[in-house]
Design a protein around this ligand. Sequence first.
Ligand SMILES: [Ca+2]
Ligand SMILES: [Ca+2]
Ligand SMILES: [Ca+2]
Length: 287
Amino acid sequence: MRPNFVSRTLAALALVGGTVALPADAVAAGRTQPDLLVDSMTTDVLNPAEGETFAAQIDVRNWGNGDSGPVTVTVSIPAGLRTDTPYAGSGWNCTVTGATSYSCAYPQLLAGQRTRLTVPFVVAGATPGTTVPITATIAPDRRESNTGNNTGSVTVAISGTCVVRGTVWQDLDRDGQRDADEPAAGPDTVLQVILNARQGQAVGGGYATVAADGTWSVTARTELLYDVRIEVTGQYGRTVADVGDDATDSDLVTVYQTSPTVLLGSAEFIAHDGGEYVVDGGLVTQG
Ligand SMILES: [Ca+2]
Ligand SMILES: [Ca+2]
Ligand SMILES: [Ca+2]
């Protein structure tokens, strides 16, 4: 095993630039250099709303072959957001610099080491439906080889309010259109309406029940992807979708479940602040 391992390693090293590359720890101490970078930035909530607190997660990495000195990261506070009490206990020490940035310190990043910096924000005066950018910048280490990757950013969408509504009816002639003589499907038939948020890190969604006239409505958060799911009793299915006039057609395109109840679903749509989204459902009897 051992001779084979050594020969493969030397062969691999020999391919680097035509010369034998030495492992990092064999380079003279003065030649090793850190390369700090913002590896990725995310937020723990995709669509926070006015007054809510969320966190920016900043992955900082030393991509170089040498250990860094002390690391300082400045995180900008854009208009529409404000700072909150910095988190403790991660090894990072953050202070608020004026009202416009955090200054966060970490003792050192060894070659190849990665760490996550998490800072809190409160939505304060941002316009619903807009996106707000957050930027993080690592101060260059004095021996750093590459400072072009020391900045990263993420945008966060500010939630507003929309209305999602619809009508469920019985499509007696199965033509996909609601005709004047076709009755509503009331609460005896429609068990619940679910407004389903598709993205795990988004906050939103809700439930509704239909009225006797088959209508339902949910007021919901925005700047996220939804679909509507309508649960009906087992003897019903969906009629053909998207046939003819959209104002009087059925918008249920998917069957998620057929027993013991039937779960029907709409297509996905992105909800924006101030929007009104109509999802109607036409039912037909099964079997
Ligand atoms: Ca760098
Ligand atoms: Ca019809
Ligand atoms: Ca429609």
